[in-house]
Design a protein around this ligand. Structure first.
Ligand SMILES: Cc1cc2nc3c(=O)[nH]c(=O)nc-3n(C[C@H](O)[C@H](O)[C@H](O)COP(=O)(O)O)c2cc1C
Length: 224
């Protein structure tokens, strides 16, 4: 398969328009994310209990996780040798969400992707002037609208890109048992079209492109 189009997120560029999903606990850390970035893609480190093998984890998990966030971002960037992008996946549901975001920014993460809840205060934690780009994971037009409206209203800011995870992505997405029972007949393409339409309003308002990256069985729909 040949892929010609690069992924541009503001002033950052990945030669390959592929974002590797964040996987905790310990599945996507620096080795995987660094290897993906080295090939020109976007390697994502999951911060969920990332410091599980740090010394003293039993006694102070929060400190070990913060230390590991820093260490793995730095290491992934070294492995990438200047290629691709290195980011983190930080679940809103994590106990020390804000600390993880701040640590990732301090370590120079290129992107922060946040789902498993609505990242309503993410712009507050990541200054618009820093390098780090921010993206919520959404699974519905409703969630996309809610987040983009709130970010614009409260912070006069919009997302740098959106990650759309449909019902086949798994994880903490908010689909009901009944919806999942009908997964094969569900018209999720329509939801994606509506999410794309929703972000277009903010692209005009903020005069910037908001790439949409889809995951979980919807690969053909990405727009960037
Ligand atoms: C082992 C494993 C761990 C995961 N951990 C996380 C996580 O820490 N945070 C998160 O938001 N999603 C997590 N996910 C969800 C994946 O990132 C998401 O489902 C995936 O990107 C879907 O895209 P794909 O099906 O196109 O690969 C995890 C998935 C797997 C399989």
């Amino acid at each position: 398969m040949s892929i010609n189009k690069q992924l541009k997120i503001g002033d950052l560029t990945a030669k390959l328009p592929i974002i590797q999903g964040g996987m905790g606990v310990g599945v996507s850390r620096s080795s995987l994310a660094g290897a993906v970035a080295k090939e020109g893609g976007v390697g994502i480190i999951s911060t969920a209990q990332i410091g599980y093998d740090e010394e003293g984890f039993e006694k102070d998990q929060a400190a070990c996780n913060n230390r590991a966030i820093h260490k793995h971002i730095k290491r992934a960037k070294e492995l990438a040798q200047g290629n691709g992008l290195v980011g983190v996946n930080i679940m809103v549901a994590l106990k020390h969400y804000a600390e993880h975001v701040k640590e990732a920014v301090a370590a120079g993460a290129d992107v922060i992707i946040s789902g498993a809840g609505l990242p309503m205060n993410l712009p507050e934690l990541v200054s618009e002037t820093c390098r780090t780009k921010i993206a919520p994971i959404v699974s519905s037009k409703r969630a996309a609208q809610l987040i983009l409206k709130m970010w614009a209203h409260k912070y006069d800011r919009t997302a740098d890109f959106l990650v759309v995870e449909g019902p086949k992505a798994g994880g903490h997405l908010g689909f009901s048992r009944e919806q999942l029972d009908e997964i094969d007949t569900m018209d999720y393409d329509e939801e994606i079209r509506q999410i794309i339409a929703c972000k277009e309003e903010y692209e005009k308002r903020y005069e910037k492109k908001i790439p949409v990256i889809v995951a979980g069985g919807n690969l053909r729909q990405s727009r960037y």
